[in-house]
Design a protein around this ligand. Structure first.
Ligand code: DGT
Ligand code: MG
Ligand code: MG
Length: 754
């Protein structure tokens, strides 16, 4: 059916491109407002990059068009735009020109990305043009007009899980969506336990099972396919079995679905390189999301979300529950709208920066360089300021932290690559001594929008989305200091951190001067103020007042000194009734360890809640015993109970075998066992004793060295545990009471006697 002049809102699901028959083709699939499947085909877009106007015509002959533009590079030289028929021709031309010594601009931007970014498409888009309806629900556009929109889709999700036998044959697949769970079972496998609630389809053999599954995928026509390890396990195996059975692996809205692998190389600190195979799903029209990968991308603790693995055929339903509970989809939609990445993206910062920045830069009349052309850094970039903490026990400590410090600095001082590079009538200075244009900037506006989005996420009580937007925002500072970004600049990146240092130091000085209270610690943008004994009741009131007053003062101060309009806000975050900074291990007793502390909030009923930062309790490589020991010592310290008897009794019980099950070390294997030759760490020594070591190695230190828990033969080395688990934990606290672990435990008859 032909539909002239159609205008539709939709949300981008998948995008692909290729050179075909001497042209560059893009295929997009989107989901429409009424559940339509929208297929957009484009073959009139020309891959492009820029070069200096001064490059002779003879050097750019392979371009299908060379256009004079009123665009410049940051150094003020005029640019031409070169268009090509295919991506391959564009890449060859850029390569040849670089070899001939000419500079090219933005030749490393993928043309599919460019097509979307120049139309400001970030997930949501409005499509207009002639359309044709095919089948029940597909609306086809060919070379329509596209622009960014604000539409939020309602997407259909299908969760899948499969079970295979030892020989790799699939004997069961389950598909679950909001309304039904359908299970396909092949043969009379006794392992086929079936949930009575489920709709079960018994199939003659694997081939029929796969065919029925593919038909189900087609009929349920979901926008999103999810699962637990759905790409590198479930779909990969289904693809393999389809091939074996001579069936086309068509799980998309048109043909061409593939699960493909790529080798990812990684170089370790010791120079060892390992390669890892990563799997990607290319499914036209359907987004494939691996639930564990998405959980990680949105900062969920995977331990809080474990599907019911008791029967992997009911697993699809439980994974769908997790997917909904963790609100992965609404967060992915919002992130896509903010970053321009597709829904299945799990991170990255350079691409979102380009996506948001480049089109705005072009509209301002400038083009950026290639990443390969950035100057390598000449020095280590400065970071945030961290105060030397004074170790000890404190009463009533208030913690303050600047809200989005680096993004606020970018907005306050108009920090921006364009604003740094062009000459401007009016500029604004900052504490680091650099200058930025006041009237030509792009990044502050991008950040302002993200700040608003984060504020909204906080308002909607969506901490995961808030965290995702915070990371995206901070990554925009991060990429300016990363040589993987075309806008890398030592000057700009250090402007941000040096300004941050200035603001932290100035605020601390101001708070100490106006309040007469001591600042005991601070890190990058956090300030710890000690009120002292007896101030607990007024703590919140004082905290709120300090935060407000300091914000106002900064506003006046930054305006007077730099003519800046401050966007900085100092949040009052928490009141600790008691607070402890340990002394530096093996160092001077008067020296505190940076980024290490323990704070206690004491409830009205006397219940103590501890918060650990950087300490053993917050780390995975410590035994359960060390963590419990530390926790209990702090409870005693903060409630003013003596510590000595407890320390002695724990040391005794350890020696008498009372804590053996709490002495397990857990460490992940990162590299192949074979790659360790000299200096084999303990967990690898333990792993070597196993025929098939798991990734997470659990082991003890015994009198005969490390042994895995599965093959423990020797007595445990209690002295090792005393030395490396109990003593350091005890001493970091005991010094405060003038005691030390060895003095307490020596002379204890039953401690070292048998
Ligand atoms: P907040 O305090 O949650 O409102 O947000 P921020 O942005 O102030 O974050 P905070 O206090 O954790 O860290 C202070 C600054 O340190 C932050 O503005 C930028 C930098 N920073 C923190 N986390 C990251 C990160 O994951 N990546 C990068 N590039 N910078 C970070
Ligand atoms: Mg902060
Ligand atoms: Mg902070």
């Amino acid at each position: 059916m032909y539909m002239p002049n159609s205008i539709l809102d939709c949300f981008l699901l998948t995008a692909s491109c290729r050179d075909n028959g001497g042209r560059f083709e893009i295929t997009l699939w989107g989901a429409g407002e009424l559940g339509e499947n929208i297929r957009i085909f484009i073959n009139t877009f020309h891959p492009l990059f820029f070069c200096h106007k001064s490059v002779p015509i003879s050097e750019t002959q392979t371009a299908s068009e060379r256009k004079q533009l009123s665009m410049k590079s940051f150094d003020g030289k005029e640019l031409d735009c070169l268009y090509f028929n295919t991506y391959a021709q564009m890449q060859q031309a850029a390569k040849r020109m670089k070899e001939a010594g000419y500079r090219v601009f933005e030749s490393d931007v993928n043309p599919l990305d460019r097509y979307l970014m120049e139309r400001m498409v970030s997930g949501s888009m409005t499509v207009s043009g002639e359309a044709r309806r095919s089948g029940q629900s597909v609306i086809n556009f060919t070379n329509p007009r596209l622009r960014g929109g604000t539409f939020t889709p309602k997407l259909k999700v299908l969760s899948i899980g499969a079970d295979a036998g030892e020989d790799g044959t699939i004997y069961g697949i389950t598909c679950a969506d909001e309304s039904q769970t359908r299970t396909f079972i092949a043969g009379n496998n006794p392992k086929n336990r079936v949930n009575a609630d489920d709709d079960v389809c018994f199939c003659k053999d694997e081939k029929q099972l796969l065919a029925n599954f593919l038909t189900h995928i087609k009929h349920s026509d979901s926008d999103i396919i999810i699962g637990w390890k759905v790409i590198d396990a479930t779909l990969r195996i289904i693809q393999e079995r389809c091939e074996k059975n001579g069936i086309r692996f068509d799980i998309g809205r048109e043909s061409g679905s593939r699960i493909v692998s790529a080798e990812r190389k990684r170089t370790w600190r010791d120079g060892y390189t390992s390669t890892k195979t990563v799997w990607h799903a290319r499914v036209p029209g359907r987004v494939v999301m691996d639930v564990p990968a998405m959980l990680k991308a949105y900062y969920h603790d995977p331990n809080n979300y474990q599907p019911d693995f008791s029967d992997s055929l009911t697993n699809a339903k439980s994974v769908l529950g997790i997917f909904n509970q963790a609100e992965i989809l609404p967060n992915a939609i919002e992130r896509s709208r903010r970053s321009g990445r597709l829904l299945d993206s799990t991170g990255g910062s350079v691409a979102p920066f380009d996506h948001l920045y480049l089109p705005r830069l072009h509209r301002a009349g400038f083009a950026a360089g290639d990443i390969a052309d950035i100057a390598q850094p000449s020095r280590a970039l400065p970071g945030g300021h961290v105060l030397d903490p004074t170790p000890g026990l404190y009463e009533n400590v208030l913690v303050f932290d600047f809200k989005s410090l680096y993004p606020s600095i970018i907005m306050t001082f108009m920090i921006d690559p364009l604003g740094f590079n062009i000459n401007s009538d009016e500029s604004i200075s900052n504490p680091s001594g650099t200058f930025f244009s006041k009237d030509n900037s792009i990044l502050p506006e991008i950040i302002r929008e993200l700040m608003a989005a984060r504020a909204q996420a906080v308002e909607q009580k969506n901490p995961y989305l808030s965290q995702a937007i915070k990371i995206l925002m901070n990554s925009f500072y991060g990429v300016l200091g990363s040589t993987g970004c075309r806008f890398f600049s030592e000057d700009i990146a250090s402007t941000i951190t040096l300004t941050g240092q200035y603001i932290l130091k100035a605020s601390i000085e101001h708070i100490e001067k106006t309040n007469g209270k001591k600042v005991i610690y601070g890190d990058t943008d956090s300030i710890f103020v000690c009120l002292g004994e007896g101030m607990g009741d007024q703590a919140d009131e004082i905290g709120t007042a300090i935060s407000k007053e300091t914000g106002n003062w900064l506003h006046r101060h930054l305006n007077e000194r730099f003519g800046a309009s401050s966007k900085l806000e100092l949040n009052y975050e928490i009141h600790y009734n008691r607070f402890f900074i340990p002394s530096l291990r093996g160092g001077d007793i008067g020296q505190g360890a940076k980024k290490h502390y323990c704070g206690a909030q004491i409830g009205e009923d006397g219940a103590i809640e501890l918060t650990f930062k950087g300490m053993e309790s917050a780390r995975s490589d410590w035994t359960d015993l060390a963590k419990e020991f530390q926790h209990e010592l702090f409870i005693k310290l903060f409630s003013r109970q003596p510590l000595e008897d407890y320390v002695i009794s724990i040391a005794n019980q350890l020696q008498n075998g009372g804590f053996d099950e709490k002495l397990v070390y857990r460490k992940r294997m990162r590299k192949d066992i074979g790659s360790y030759t000299s200096n084999v760490p303990p967990h690898v020594q333990a792993a070597k004793q196993l025929d098939a070591p798991p990734r997470l190695i659990k082991y003890y230190i015994t009198q005969n060295g490390p042994q895995p828990i599965e093959k423990l033969t020797s007595p445990l080395d209690y002295q090792h545990y005393i030395d490396s688990q109990l003593r350091p934990v005890a001493d970091s606290i005991l010094w405060w009471t003038g005691k030390d672990f060895d003095r307490l435990t020596s002379g204890q008859q039953d401690l070292f006697g048998e």
